[in-house]
Write a new protein. Structure first.
Lengths: 183, 519
């Protein structure tokens, strides 16, 4: 049980780091227009919702990744579940970021003389599949290297403070939205 | 029902007077309204049917070449048609706010999507002015109109949830925050859905995007593929059929307690254009082409062929909407509801298919965008009437108050409509504006403003990056397509209309921004 909790914790640290970081990044990207349109109370409300949703997303994603690493019948994954989970998480995050930038990437691909119309879209889908399925499966091979898996686990441990801070912010966000919706 | 010789109406009137007297004296809805109702008033009902993005320039009622609105023309034979009616802005949020408050966007300050009105106008709207005597009902397909209606929630007795009349809603998170609707919904939307900037969510957003753009529509559109060859109507993750909303309006108005005010803001013919089978391709190869116009600074680089095809689909969608409106009117008539009801047909804004643009939420104010339909049938009206004087969307509130027998307060920027309590004023100047890029609580300096005094229309564009401030002046009698800018030829008109714009804007902002200083 303790090891299951440790594995979940390490995957959760990485998941919360990724989801909250992106959420903050986009929030601050939107902030100049928010300042023109919303009052301070409304801004705090929006930020609270984002923090709460990010906390929820982190938990859901961590549980899904944990489920994947438990279900995959690959020896290296079974032996190094948390490291495998972190690898999958990182590549899924890269895939998600590619998806977010799809308009720009498709625009760039469409300009290329070799690609036009549907071909650009097909290349993009292939890129996504390679990133989210192909590369994680390939990187499983590296789990045989103990140094590599130790580095991954060390990395996730370093996220401890940041992740706990994010979690705390998420809880504060939940309290604020409960107040806004129940008062 | 009478009690000791006092009718329910009279009892409510007295209760209303006590309640009104307790209001803050700065309350903008007239506190003595309830005692000033005229003897002639028979407590008429009001039904406002608003079709989103409905341009008068594409209606055969207003002379458009394609026969897009035969049913509305039939309705107009015993109604009053306003030929020079203009919206207060060119997109839903500020336009709807103006329709429901009777003031221009420079007053209510809901200038952009999800922007709330100033507090003073949140509590002063057509619903609050008619309460408690009138039952107030509202429904909309449009999330931005809903944003406005949510701010009037306390005054709308029955605000039908948007999801009650949709086939499918993909963002199920949006409506979980009933007590904090405006901010909760906005935050949920921004978290899950990409907008002009990416969604806040990292992992769930891609899954949601795929589900909502591929899986959900495939399921819904496959089910209705026989009636809807290009798919059912949809916007921002909501899929619906117009006929379901019309059916509900008939049920709601039939069971409403008179007198009532019903405000029904329906999405078609807003894009994407999804006409039903009988209307699909009805105008294909008919030989009609929209006039060619020069590209604009704000052009989206749409080609002429793209614009012609889009306009054809739009016209077909309008014909579909017209058919449903005809069905609505026929049924309301058969139910006897129109005997004591003002039925108002209008729109919040139009749509552009010209100058490289297929849009409405852009910093231009050409006729296709702001010339909107207004047709009103008064109770028992059989005469066909036409009004040529310029009228504005801000006139609806004062007209309804006047027809219901209330005093019309001076703070309203609109006036009762001619032939419905107001005077005919062909020399009146009316305004429209697009100020989306302007800070909400600062004077309008990044804005496109229009002043219309027939036959002249001045469009003033100010403060846009990369564009010098410039004026356009058109003579709408001689140049209805707005092809020739006569700024150089009529400096007197430019000066006169410019001065009217400046004065009206200054007065309005002194009041609206001045309120903030009082707080």
């Amino acid at each position: 049980m303790k090891s299951h909790y440790r594995q979940f914790r390490e995957i959760y640290y990485c998941a919360s780091f990724l989801t909250f970081s992106i959420s903050f990044l986009v929030f601050f990207w939107d902030l100049p227009s928010f300042l023109l349109r919303f009052s301070l109370a409304e801004l705090v409300g929006i930020l609270s919702y984002q923090l709460s949703f990010s906390l929820l997303e982190s938990l859901i994603v961590a549980m899904v990744i944990l489920l994947i690493v438990y279900l995959l019948p690959i020896r290296e994954v079974k032996e190094h579940r948390s490291a495998a989970g972190v690898i999958f998480l990182v590549f899924f995050a890269i895939g998600a970021l590619l998806f977010k930038a799809r308009r720009e990437i498709l625009g760039w691909l469409s300009v290329s003389p070799l690609l036009s119309g549907p071909a650009a879209g097909q290349v993009f889908v292939l890129l996504l599949m390679v990133t989210t399925i192909g590369l994680p499966l390939i990187s499983i091979y590296f789990l045989r290297n103990e140094k590599f898996t130790a580095q991954i686990r060390s990395f996730t441990e370093h996220l401890f403070t940041l992740s706990n801070s994010y979690t705390l912010l998420g809880i504060v966000g939940i309290i604020i939205i409960l107040y806004r919706n129940l008062s | 029902m009478k009690t000791n010789g006092v009718t329910r109406r009279e009892a409510l009137k007295v209760m209303g007077a006590f309640g009104a007297a307790a209001l803050n004296p700065t309350q903008l809805c007239p506190a003595d309204a309830f005692q000033d109702k005229t003897e002639q008033n028979k407590d008429p009902n009001f039904i406002i049917i608003l079709f989103d993005t409905f341009s008068a320039r594409h209606m055969s009622l207003y002379g458009y070449e394609r026969k897009t609105t035969p049913n509305i023309e039939r309705f107009a034979k015993s109604s009053t048609t306003f030929h020079r009616h203009y919206s207060a802005s060119n997109f839903t949020q500020p336009s709807t706010a103006s329709i429901l408050t009777g003031v221009y966007p420079w007053s209510h300050r809901s200038l952009d999507f999800f922007e709330s009105l100033l507090d003073e106008y949140e509590s002063t709207n057509i619903f609050s002015c008619l309460r408690p005597e009138y039952q107030t009902i509202a429904y909309t397909h449009n999330l931005h109109a809903l944003n406005i209606l949510e701010q009037f929630r306390d005054d709308v007795e029955l605000l039908k949830p948007i999801e009650d009349l949709v086939l499918l809603r993909t963002n199920k998170l949006e409506h979980r925050f009933k007590q904090d609707k405006v901010i909760g919904e906005y935050a949920a939307k921004r978290w899950l859905e990409d907008d002009f900037s990416p969604a806040h969510s990292l992992f769930i957003n891609p899954l949601f995007s795929v589900a909502s753009s591929i899986v959900a529509p495939s399921v819904v559109n496959h089910r209705y593929r026989y009636s809807y060859p290009v798919g059912v109507s949809e916007l921002e993750g909501y899929y619906f059929k117009l006929e379901d909303a019309i059916d509900w309006i008939l049920r709601a108005t039939n069971s409403a307690q008179p007198p009532f005010l019903g405000y029904f803001h329906l999405l078609p013919p807003h894009d994407p254009y999804k006409p039903r089978r009988p209307f699909y391709n009805m105008f294909a190869n008919d030989g009609y082409r929209l006039p060619l116009k020069p590209e604009h600074f704000f052009s989206e680089c749409k080609t002429e062929e793209e614009l012609q095809l889009l306009a054809q689909r739009y016209d077909e969608y309008i014909a579909d909407v017209d058919s449903e409106f005809g069905r609505l009117v026929d049924n309301l008539d058969a139910q006897g509801i129109l005997d004591n009801t003002y039925l108002i047909l209008t729109s919040d804004h139009g749509q552009l298919f010209e100058r490289g643009m297929h849009a409405h939420n852009v910093p231009v104010l050409y006729e296709s965008l702001i010339h909107t339909p207004l047709v009103i049938r008064a109770p028992g009206q059989t005469q066909e009437l036409h009004v040529q004087s310029p009228t504005s969307a801000v006139d609806l509130v004062p007209t309804i108050l006047n027809r219901a027998g209330y005093e019309v307060d001076e703070f309203l920027e609109g006036k009762p409509l001619p032939s419905l309590g107001g005077k005919d004023d062909p020399a009146r100047t009316i305004f429209s504006m697009h100020a989306r890029r302007n800070t909400k609580l600062a004077p309008l300096t990044t804005v496109t403003l229009a002043a219309i005094q027939w036959p002249f229309k001045l469009i003033r564009s100010l403060g846009y990056d990369g564009l010098e401030d410039f004026d356009e002046l058109f003579d709408l009698e001689k140049d209805p397509d707005e092809l020739t800018n006569i700024v150089g030829q009529r400096p007197d008109v430019v000066s006169m209309l410019g001065e009217e714009l400046r004065k009206s804007q200054t007065q309005a902002e002194a009041k609206s921004l001045g309120f903030l200083e009082m707080e």
